[in-house]
Design a protein around this ligand. Structure first.
Ligand SMILES: Cc1cc2nc3c(=O)[nH]c(=O)nc-3n(C[C@H](O)[C@H](O)[C@H](O)COP(=O)(O)OP(=O)(O)OC[C@H]3O[C@@H](n4cnc5c(N)ncnc54)[C@H](O)[C@@H]3O)c2cc1C
Length: 435
């Protein structure tokens, strides 16, 4: 029997941040056991080579950008985890549809030179962006992102299309009519004011830095290839059984795993998974041979597609002396919340769109990874009537972290960071004193 103060199930970004933050905040050392089902920790934030022929090029699982000054960035700063990378904004972004092709107006210069928009549109768009970046992001719970953007676009379809592109890119959400206006506004405000970073070495650089701290800390033990299966609880402690029949005796338990997996470990009927509205996406990750005049980033105007060459801003090569000879390119189709098409259809749509925007991509492809339907976030703050997530209170000293629990209007990895901070604070200020 292994005995520990706190056990964290799941060593994705949520579990690794939680272990680091608990040690950072605790006044005296805590013994923490972190268990991870996979061989390597990191979950969705891992970046690995997608083809053994290119062992030195790491690729994120789908396009990943760090929102500057968001909860994750701020938490990493608190933990002194470095974030090296570059903003992609200096590279032009094209918007393409059958009969339209123009540069996304991201600056005064690109706005003035834009031939797609009328003078009136340009004024309306400028006003909308100023409003989004300066005004309060708090809206009534029943207001949707669609309501917000429609009112800002003032009946200009062209302006509304551009605002929707910004919304899809920053939230991954292709259903603005259900997304909460507060969440949309907060995310747009952050991206307009501060922008994003593409990280050198991919998001694996964050995972590696968080892991290095854990490996150096004698009070934290990490067990990989260890899946938590059964939980037994007494009034004073929990006993967790792994797939190897190892028993871990713990005072506090934190589940840093996806909701459907947490539901299997918690007592039956604790979680109501119908309360959650996931956001999904179809992605293709590519290593492409460089080709002159290939666009750097392209968005669909009214169609929910994205393609971006992340190598223009970040270095994905693990060998410091070699400049990446090929480009890491991500393409995505943003899926609506009530999507009913097949994964094969999503991939076909995405490939057809790539044929349209960059006709030679197939012959330039050195390696490809297809992620036909991947959950980008397990819960999207929305205006739909939905039941409570917890059918019954959590058993004493059991906690949840993840983008689906106490995300405080944040989304993506910012929701993970926000949830992590909430849970660590609860454990250290309240729970430990009452254990
Ligand atoms: C395509 C895509 C694009 C994204 N883009 C962005 C972006 O641009 N910006 C942004 O901020 N965020 C982005 N995200 C979101 C970000 O990647 C996630 O929020 C974050 O990685 C989730 O971390 P997590 O630890 O909560 O979950 P996970 O990464 O799912 O980790 C859970 C871990 O728990 C382990 N586990 C599960 N069950 C058990 C068990 N029973 N026992 C032991 N271990 C278990 C799993 O193996 C896994 O390692 C994106 C996500 C995707 C998929």
């Amino acid at each position: 029997m292994h005995t520990t103060d706190i056990t964290i199930i799941g060593a994705g970004l949520a579990g690794l941040l939680t272990a680091n933050l608990l040690q950072h905040m605790a006044h005296s050392p805590l013994s923490i056991t972190l268990i991870e089902a996979n061989t390597s920790p990191g979950g969705l934030a891992q970046s690995h080579p997608i083809d053994s022929a290119y062992p030195h090029t790491r690729t994120n699982m789908g396009p990943h950008a760090l929102y500057l000054n968001g909860p994750l960035h701020r938490l990493l700063r608190t933990l002194r985890i470095p974030t090296h990378g570059k903003k992609p904004t200096q590279y032009p972004t094209l918007i393409k549809e059958d009969h339209a092709s123009f540069t996304l107006p991201t600056s005064l210069r690109t706005l003035l030179h834009n031939n797609h928009l009328t003078h009136h549109d340009k004024l309306t768009l400028s006003r909308a962006l100023i409003h989004l970046s300066t005004q309060s992001h708090h809206h009534p719970d029943s207001r949707s992102a669609e309501d917000l953007l429609t009112s800002l676009a003032r009946q200009s379809k062209r302006v509304l299309n551009i605002l929707n592109i910004l919304l899809r890119t920053t939230t991954y959400c292709a259903s603005p009519h259900i997304l909460q206006a507060t969440t949309a506004h907060l995310q747009l405000k952050r991206s307009i004011r501060y922008g994003v970073l593409y990280l050198d070495g991919g998001w694996q650089s964050l995972i590696d830095a968080l892991l290095a701290r854990i490996n150096k800390n004698p009070n934290i033990s990490l067990k990989t290839k260890t899946k938590a299966t059964i939980l037994e609880s007494t009034p004073t402690h929990h006993i967790l059984t792994t797939q190897h029949q190892e028993r871990i005796h713990t005072t506090h338990l934190i589940l840093a795993i996806p909701p459907h997996k947490a539901a299997k470990i918690l007592p039956p009927n604790t979680l109501n998974l119908d309360a959650l509205t996931p956001t999904k996406s179809a992605c293709i990750d590519l290593l492409l041979k460089p080709r002159p005049h290939r666009p750097t980033s392209v968005y669909g105007l009214s169609s929910p597609f994205y393609m971006s060459n992340h190598s223009v801003a970040a270095h994905f090569h693990t060998h410091p002396t070699i400049n990446t000879p090929h480009h890491v390119v991500h393409a995505a189709k943003y899926l609506p919340h009530d999507d009913s098409s097949s994964p094969t259809q999503h991939l076909q749509d995405l490939q057809q769109w790539l044929d349209f925007i960059t006709p030679h991509w197939q012959e330039d492809t050195l390696a490809m990874r297809k992620l036909p339907t991947i959950t980008v976030m397990h819960h999207t703050p929305n205006i739909l009537p939905s039941p409570q997530l917890l059918r019954t209170p959590l058993p004493p000293h059991i906690h949840l972290v993840g983008d689906w629990y106490h995300n405080h209007n944040n989304i993506l990895a910012d929701a993970v960071a926000s949830s992590t901070q909430h849970t660590c604070h609860t454990i250290l200020t309240h729970d430990l004193h009452h254990a």
